[in-house]
Design a protein around this ligand. Structure first.
Ligand SMILES: [Zn+2]
Length: 325
């Protein structure tokens, strides 16, 4: 058997980071976050970019909305840039190194961490952003992916969250998961996963971090949410994105197993891409040291396989499509 050798971390950077310096002041009490109330009552939508400093598509989306002067027809629209310190270090010749400064900012969204004694660049920023997160009815967290994959929306298992994710239609694959072993994401924050709550958090993975086509997916997702909430008019969305990417009817998949690498030698035994489906159950897909990783069921969807996984990190999530009426 041949193990798939981890590819080199070399990626073409086809897009340019926006200049976010004009947005530094903010008007929300939090630097780099802007908040506008509409004339009618409605939900408070929070659009977050740069949770990971080198994921440019979300920053391009927010910069586009801010430059266009988008204002909500109802409710409140808050939007901005999260890990600006990591983003400021972005270097197109080494684009993988500016994901974060001290730690992954999307693994610290628990009260224990946010109220704890530990200090880091990312914790300081998350603590500053927390009042916005605590006031939002809907959070859309705009991300992208290192390895090639079909675009998708990640969300928690609450019916309200699944319904909102499917209503976007962009991206057209909704993956319901339970998060990572190594810490809660923003969408795993208590308010968004409370069974009896009303707040929802969605995470959009718009495509490969630095591909030309990725920012359009991110913008389409944000506009679709704002349209669906009655916060912008269809003409305004069309003006912002005359040639929106086409999506098919959204499909829903539920993660059945999150594979976390237990060794430093996790390797796939076949070429994999995010969005691949393995037909047969019990198909060998990877070795984690000596341990085999096999598909637990037929029609097994591979969600965001990481082609270079370190010990303790998520290597791949396996999912099953859910039939919808
Ligand atoms: Zn990310």
């Amino acid at each position: 058997m041949t193990l798939l050798r981890p590819p080199e971390l070399r990626f073409p950077v086809e897009i340019t980071p926006p200049d976010i310096a004009p947005w530094r002041a903010g008007n929300s009490g939090v630097p780099y976050f802007w908040s506008y109330a509409g004339p009618e009552p409605g939900p408070h939508v929070l659009l977050v970019s740069l949770m990971h400093g080198n994921e440019l598509c979300g920053a391009i989306t927010i910069d586009t909305l801010l430059r266009a002067g988008v204002r909500p027809l109802r409710g409140r629209l808050t939007m901005g840039f999260a890990n600006v310190d990591a983003f400021s270090r972005f270097d197109p010749s080494e684009p993988t190194t500016s994901r974060f400064v001290d730690e992954d900012m999307n693994r610290i969204w628990s009260a224990a961490e946010l109220e704890g004694d530990r200090q880091s660049t990312e914790l300081a920023r998350a603590r500053a952003m927390r009042p916005l997160v605590d006031r939002a009815d809907i959070v859309l967290d705009l991300h992208s992916m290192l390895w090639e994959s079909v675009p998708l929306i990640l969300c928690g298992p609450q019916p309200r969250t699944e319904a909102l994710a499917l209503s976007l239609g962009a991206p057209a694959l909704v993956v319901v998961d339970q998060g990572h072993a190594n810490g809660p994401r923003l969408i795993d924050y208590a308010r968004f996963v409370a069974a009896d709550g009303t707040a929802t958090g969605l995470l959009v993975e718009s495509g490969q971090h630095w591909r030309r086509e990725t920012p359009a997916v991110s913008l389409a997702a944000a506009l679709s949410l704002l349209l669906g909430q009655g916060m912008i008019a269809p003409e305004a969305a069309r003006a912002l994105q005359p040639a929106a990417p086409a999506f098919t009817r959204p499909r829903l998949a539920r993660v059945t197993r999150t594979i976390t690498a237990k060794t430093s030698s996790f390797a796939f035994v076949r070429e994999v891409h995010g969005g691949d489906m393995i037909e047969r159950r019990n198909t060998l897909i990877a070795l984690d040291g000596d341990a085999e990783v096999r598909t637990p069921h037929d029609h097994c969807l591979l969600v965001m396989p990481s082609l270079r996984t370190s010990k303790g990190h998520t290597a791949v999530r396996l999912a099953r499509f859910i039939a919808r009426g």
